[in-house]
Design a protein around this ligand. Structure first.
Ligand SMILES: [Zn+2]
Length: 288
């Protein structure tokens, strides 16, 4: 749950001090998603940015009242690579408490901005576990220039930064295994740019192997009328492609597979799966 002007492609272009200059679209887009989930019988986990919850104090409560889960996307949408353990702690604890005050429910899960929990930012695991999160959904098991851990498991597991460190239950997004590689097919730009048959194949493959099919979307991806920002060409391509058809495409996917539920509502199943998968360590000790 974030605004279009808070995305990574706009970082350095639209600073926080100028967020107020851009019209908010998140309420309109959330209404669209809540209606879509209502008519398809889906329940979802909404990872709220603290800054959005501050600006719109009623939205998180509405999600919970409709049977959805509210979780945390941090506060200011900084990649972990630009943070320290101390600034991440501040970013997550304040926004977690705010969402808990607004909903009256514990916030159990976290999703990092732009999949930025990687080997370089492994220290984040300790911070998240200490902040009281029960699960994390931030490690994309794919090869990508700015994020991902290609050899991380493609199913629920226990994540730790170092041997013997604090652990957290990790729920990875959907990937499609092709020729010994994981393709990212869970959502975002891939969903809007690539044929939706890839996401469908990923979901069929996950179901056949007993893996959950975890998808992700941003509110602005369903908003063809949002104001256009002066992004560079790559940013424009990634941000403004496929917006008009996104709602119809997602509805087809949701109707093709049943049982869409919140992550928090499936914790027992995910714990059982993670026990089978085991522990994955982000930082290995160098030999000698
Ligand atoms: Zn985000």
């Amino acid at each position: 749950m974030e605004e279009y002007f808070q995305i990574e492609a706009a970082y350095g272009l639209i600073g926080r001090e100028r967020w107020g200059d851009w019209p908010s679209r998140v309420r309109r887009n959330m209404d669209l998603l809540l209606e879509l989930f209502d008519r398809t019988g889906c329940r979802a986990t909404f990872f709220f940015l603290g800054s959005v919850a501050e600006q719109h104090p009623d939205l998180a409560r509405r999600c919970v009242d409709l049977g959805h889960e509210v979780a945390s996307h941090g506060s200011m949408h900084d990649r972990l690579h630009r943070m320290t353990p101390e600034t991440l702690r501040q970013d997550v604890t304040g926004s977690k408490r705010l969402l808990e005050d607004q909903t009256g429910k514990a916030v159990r899960g976290y999703r990092s901005p732009s999949w930025s929990l990687t080997r370089e930012t492994a220290w984040g695991v300790e911070v998240l576990a200490e902040a009281g999160f029960e699960y994390d959904a931030s490690v994309y098991p794919v090869r990508h220039p700015s994020y991902g851990v290609p050899d991380a498991p493609d199913r629920p597991y226990y994540l730790q930064s170092v041997e013997g460190g604090a652990r957290i239950l990790e729920i990875p997004p959907l990937t499609l295994r092709v020729m010994n590689r994981n393709l990212p097919v869970a959502g975002g730009g891939y969903f809007r740019v690539l044929p939706k048959s890839l996401m469908m194949r990923g979901l069929s493959q996950a179901a056949a192997h007993g893996r959950p099919g975890v998808l992700y979307f941003h509110p602005w991806e369903f908003d063809p009328d949002m104001p256009r920002m002066p992004l560079n060409m790559r940013g424009r391509l990634r941000t403004y492609t496929g917006l008009k058809s996104a709602e119809v495409r997602l509805e087809k996917v949701l109707r093709s597979f049943g049982g869409w539920a919140t992550i928090g509502g499936q914790m027992n199943r995910f714990e059982d799966l993670a026990k089978k998968t085991g522990v994955f360590t982000l930082r290995r000790q160098a030999a000698g």
